[in-house]
Design a protein around this ligand. Structure first.
Ligand SMILES: Cc1cc2nc3c(=O)[nH]c(=O)nc-3n(C[C@H](O)[C@H](O)[C@H](O)COP(=O)(O)O)c2cc1C
Length: 211
């Protein structure tokens, strides 16, 4: 009897743990449309940051939104590693710069544009379309961050350089991605110290209805 009760309790706990805290039953409302559109259209890539740290609670909320993105067969074919220690980010950047040709942004001290936090995203190499999962995960992170007043920049150049750099190998090892996972890109983030203009988009050239 007690055993059954305890097993039931364990089952309920596990079910709760597997549910995102803010996940709600699906119901899209027209009220949401303006807010979502505003965030999408106002977001810009940020490449200059203040030193202000992002709290772990805030990061957790943003990351939960990321993992709630659509993904192939719900395999969630990515792994994330978050570094919110600027000193460690500087060390990684210095290691890469020691043996790889790096082009640092003007005024930036790291290959991560001086951001105080970086999310590293690896893809499952055994799943041919895992890069799509990684991209959608990232977009959710980027939009939720923006909605919470935090700037981001999706970046592939730093991770490319990290993979090329022998001196960076110990840091990649420390990140401990599972076998079969490979680092794909990163999202640098922090409180913005710039507010760039929107870059032009080729709407007419890119969008065609097929009749
Ligand atoms: C896959 C991908 C890789 C990117 N890599 C870099 C990068 O290495 N460095 C960088 O400064 N921006 C990078 N960006 C940001 C783009 O340059 C930026 O999104 C684009 O110019 C449009 O500007 P916006 O994001 O402000 O609308 C990358 C974006 C994507 C989607």
């Amino acid at each position: 009897m007690i055993r059954t009760f305890l097993l039931g309790l364990l089952g309920m706990t596990l079910m709760t743990a597997c549910t995102a805290p803010s996940a709600e039953r699906s119901k899209s409302t027209t009220n949401d449309a303006d807010a979502v559109e505003r965030v999408i259209m106002a977001r810009r890539s940020i490449r200059q940051y203040t030193d202000r740290a992002i709290s772990r609670d805030t990061l957790q909320r943003i990351l939960t939104c990321g993992v709630n993105a659509p993904n192939g067969q719900n395999r969630q074919a990515y792994e994330l590693r978050i570094i919110d220690n600027p000193q460690l980010l500087q060390e990684i950047s210095d290691a890469v710069a020691s043996d790889t040709e790096v082009r640092m942004r003007r005024g930036a001290s790291t290959i991560f544009a001086g951001a105080p936090c970086v999310i590293f995203i690896a893809r499952d190499t055994t799943y041919d379309i895992s890069a799509i999962d990684c991209g959608l995960l990232g977009e959710n992170i980027i939009l939720q961050a923006w909605a919470m007043g935090i700037g981001t920049c999706c970046m592939a150049a730093p991770t490319r350089m990290m993979l090329q750099s022998k001196a960076c190998a110990p840091y990649l090892e420390r990140m401990g991605f599972s076998a079969d996972y490979e680092l794909l890109y990163c999202i640098v983030m922090g409180y913005a110290a710039e507010s760039p203009e929107a870059k032009p988009r080729k709407y007419d050239e890119k969008i065609h209805f097929v009749e």
